[in-house]
Ligand binder design. Sequence first.
Ligand SMILES: [Zn+2]
Length: 428
Amino acid sequence: MEFNVFEYFKDYKPPTTDGPMTPEAQGASFFLGGPMGKRIREQVEPYADKAGMSRRAFFGTASGFAATMLAVNKITGMQFFEVTEAEAADQVAAKEIMISRKAGPDFIVDVHTHICTRKDGYIPGVNSTEKGMWFVRLLDDLGKAQGLPNGTKDMTVENFGKLILEGSDTSVAIFNPFGFREDYGGKDMIPIEEQVEIRNRWPDRSVMLGGGLTPNQGLSETLERLHMFVEQYKISGLKLYTFDSTPARGWWFDDEKKAYPIWEECRKLGIKNIGCHKGIPFGQFMARYAHPEDFDAVADDFLDLNFIAYHSAWPYHGELAALRMFKPQRTNMYAEVGSTFAATVSSRPMECAHVLGTLLRDLGPDYVMWGTDSCLWGNPQWQIDAFRKFQIPDQLVEGYGYSKLTPEIKAKVFGQNAARIWNLKATA
Ligand SMILES: [Zn+2]
């Protein structure tokens, strides 16, 4: 099996006592599961002792998460997180600081959210292939590591509301489909008639994208599905996958025969925002189709459409960034940081700083958008807290021409950029 960024969660043992994990406990568990885990633990334990709490309970508090981020600064000798001793040492200080940061221009649009259940379930050999089951198992493991005891079975509409809309500072969630019909008995992994329930329940706080358009399954069928999504379900954009499980194994956005008819139809139907999974070339799919090179021609040929590279094409984010660094006239190419931020911030802060630094320097601060890939990653609050505190250390600013993550830049990434392209209004 190919390299799997999530692989190390497989041995994670979810807590068996005391009910659900707090978002802080979820976040801390990823830091502790990474290569600095042992040293983070050693650094944080004295704070737990001082607070008079069990170590495990302490990691589930705001102070415990602050102490975890402070430990990363100490271990690396670099300022990756703007976090104070007071936040790490004092429960009240940690809470106060977090609450005061909620106020103001904190409009958060999570461009990348999912549910992952369907009424038919995923039954090996019946409605799911081996490849299809591999992906379900990966998401099961990730969910369990995030305190969802039944994995994908807990990634429901109900929990989407509880974890993302009620349980975090997220203002608006844009939810993404999973298609992959070849792997799930000829039916989308998450059928649109089931996922529309989210928008029906939270019409002011959710935006729905259509997906599962795979031109290798037949172009006319693909265009028919696009029409159905628009007319029947009023989608606000697309989130597609250029790798697939047809014999061709994938396609490109700049394919004039297979893809351009889709974009021409999008134009006619008023669909402007078109996302694609790029980077994170996971298990059952071909890595070559996760490269963003096809954005080059299509962005030039469809200047009135926005192309969004989900996952920021990491670890190929440099290729994506180059498509604007050398073509600064371009204004319709975006990156979204879901899973990429979560995976790097918790175990490779230097890489996280390079990814964000490169995207913001080359694509520009108006073209990078927040996303968490929740509820695959459980409650997104720990990611929000980590991004609020995350900073690019001075050494990298000097050496690479990155900018510091100012409050203005964070506000653009957190919500303003997505609000602009989806016409969302921030309420007070
Ligand atoms: Zn996703």
